[in-house]
Design a protein around this ligand. Structure first.
Ligand SMILES: Nc1ncnc2c1ncn2[C@@H]1O[C@H](COP(=O)(O)OP(=O)(O)OP(=O)(O)O)[C@@H](O)[C@H]1O
Ligand SMILES: [Mg+2]
Length: 263
């Protein structure tokens, strides 16, 4: 069984792509066959994993021309981690989707044709447009990265109501599996206050693991390597490994509930 996780927050620069790449690499290290889908026209996850945005096959052809997803999947330098890359053509995808039949369902249809992955992670763009909608329709669960900064909660209500609408109309099982606090700075009182505020709003959803603000993590994308390859001894690498374990145990808990097995 493949589980698909969308990494979404319409707020920009909150750590979605850093989380997609770092979590993907940590899950692969745990032996999960993991596919990273870069749905963002910016292609940050594609470059951060050391791949090109100029490959002939990308997520664009899959969404717009219904090309095979399997053909566009490429290996990364990390064992057990694969990539469905973004491309320069993705810049127009949001508009090109508008007149197409089943425009919200295209990613789900494409990913349903893939076999052999334990986890699919979808990195979303910073908007609630058709691309993010495709990710929410294709996903089982959503991970919401939230930056420990002023106005962190802004937009979360809108994201939650979008997820509720997708659940009601297109994807009944969809749920938020985790809110991940990112770029935490323990020496900064505001950063800690924001983390506490988000936790008090969503006590059950906020992950125990928090990702620290880390210069090494900010450097890693320019080397085309995930943090656990670029600097396995860094605090950010340890934090993403812990978050991967937390996601694995939350998923196992959901499966137990779904199959009616007492935990
Ligand atoms: N924990 C962290 N510590 C320091 N820098 C970080 C951390 N997480 C992410 N960054 C850096 O912050 C910037 C924004 O992160 P990222 O690209 O992951 O956010 P995003 O939500 O994907 O952005 P966008 O909305 O534009 O897609 C990047 O330069 C990234 O390298
Ligand atoms: Mg991003």
């Amino acid at each position: 069984m493949t589980v698909t996780l969308a990494i979404a927050n319409q707020k920009g620069g909150v750590g979605k792509s850093a989380t997609a790449v770092s979590l993907g690499s940590a899950l692969a290290k745990d032996g999960r066959r993991t596919l990273l889908v870069d749905l963002d026209p910016q292609g940050n996850a594609t470059s951060a994993i050391g791949s090109s945005k100029e490959l002939p096959l990308s997520v664009h052809g899959i969404l717009i021309r219904e090309e095979s997803a399997a053909a566009a999947v490429t290996q990364t330098s990390v064992p057990d981690l694969w990539l469905l890359p973004s491309s320069l053509e993705m810049a127009s995808a949001e508009l090109e989707l508008v007149p197409l039949m089943g425009r919200e369902l295209r990613l789900r249809a494409a990913l349903a044709g893939l076999q052999g992955f334990d986890v699919i992670l979808v990195d979303c763009p910073p908007s609630l447009g058709l691309l993010t909608l495709n990710a929410l329709v294709a996903a089982d669960h959503v991970i919401v990265p939230v930056q420990c900064e002023y106005l962190a909660l802004e937009g979360l209500a809108q994201l939650v109501s979008t997820i509720d609408a997708v659940r009601a109309r297109l994807n009944p099982p969809l749920s938020i599996i985790s809110i991940l606090l990112t770029m935490e700075d323990r020496r900064n009182r505001l950063s800690m206050q924001v983390a506490d505020e988000v936790t008090s709003h969503f006590p059950e959803l906020v992950a125990h693991t928090r990702i620290p603000r880390s210069v090494r993590l900010a450097e890693a994308p320019s080397h085309g390597k995930p943090i656990d390859v670029y600097d396995p001894t860094s605090r950010a690498s340890a934090a993403y490994a812990a978050f991967a374990h937390e996601i694995e145990s939350r998923l196992a808990g959901r499966r137990r509930v779904a199959t009616g097995v007492a935990s």
